[in-house]
Design a protein around this ligand. Sequence first.
Ligand SMILES: [Cu+2]
Length: 476
Amino acid sequence: MSSIPAFALRRRQFLQAGAACATIGLPGPGWAASDGLAVTLRPGPARVSMVGDAAPATAVWAYNGATPGPALRLPQGTPFRAAVTNGLAETTTVHWHGMRLPNGMDGVPGLTQRPIPPGGRFDYAFTPPDAGTFWYHSHDHSLEQMGRGLAGALVVEEAEPPTVDRDLLWTIQDWRLDPDAQIAPGFNNHMEIAMDGRVGNTVTINGRLPETLHVRAGERIRLRLLNAAIARIMALQFEGHVPVIVALDGQPCAPHTPADGRILLGPAMRADVMLDMQGEPGRRYRVVDAFYDRLAYTLVRIAYDARPPLRAHPLDAPLRLPPNPVPRPDLASAIVHEVRLQGGMMGGGMMMSMGNGGGMMGMGGAAWAINGRSMTGDGSADMPPLFAIERGRSCILDFRNETAWWHPMHLHGHSFQVLDRDGEDVPHDEWGDTVLVRPRERVRVAFVADNPGDWMLHCHVMEHQIGGLMTTLRVG
Ligand SMILES: [Cu+2]
């Protein structure tokens, strides 16, 4: 893996705006919040200035010419519509990650819809039941389409949001760029599929190399963090600050500081944090990503202006977010399903055995498997579901990671409660749609299977997904 970053260039102070976004198709004058949001999204090739104006523009695949795509915002419980017209030379779909939506709107090719052909159109429509920080991305040829930029944030706003001075969104992406600032070839590398995936060499926030975040002492910032990388896991440390996590994957939790001061975000995961800017006026602080041993780097710097604090004490307003209408599973009556994560490269370059003598061959040449079976690529409708759950039933997924690698496991169409890790209760009433499972770890999550349909369950390290760490569950 290369180190970060490759570019020392002129930069703009772009973080102030919250999110750089294209405005094509976003609501104009006369739009009322109760109308919800109707947008047009056109995935297609584009050139963007990603690493600075002095470098060549980077050729990407983008929604409406920007990566990340437009940051979409709408009020909770109001209708959302997106007309997606495919400007790519290959099929695509859009998945609305974390949304509890009707199955036909979930954007999984072959399973919930026919892929959108080049030049074709598909209209997505649903009403988000939950407020929170969500996102959208391609779910077709997803390794390369996401790896080339097809992702964006979708923020659903609470009717009564918590009091903050600023609400900022950081959509964090990871790119492997060559010295000409172009996306390096070599997607589908066999070694990376069986290891930690295509980790890049350039991390951007809202589509640009991070620039200093300018703040004033005493202000409270709600910071929405979205890890939109295809493989990079992040552990963010805010030097000199005490971030309070108030939501994970869009779902409110008990406000808490992360145990070791690190906000751990696997690919696809989100955290809403409250930051009381208690640093000294005129000083600078670093935000460091320290996930990979010996490869920690400064993601961005926070610079305090010289003015005196905005207020003498931190804002005296509640941090806890209003609850979402997610049903709480009944653990006593829940059906338990074991989900064994298998495969990948071990020490010495050997593939892990599947336990039934199959090894790699037993997985049909796939690098990964769930309970001995490998669904590869972007999924297919011809593999039977791993199991079926009666509609309305509470279900516990008992993840057992038998591999040497980390896996952010994502369930479509539902949000689950994270119960325990290696038998230890998980505190803070933590919910999510993606749970980061450590090597050899056992994690249990629970949810009410109230959303009928066939739903994907897969690792969100894209190489792991296409390499077989994917299955479906049937609710009905
Ligand atoms: Cu994985």
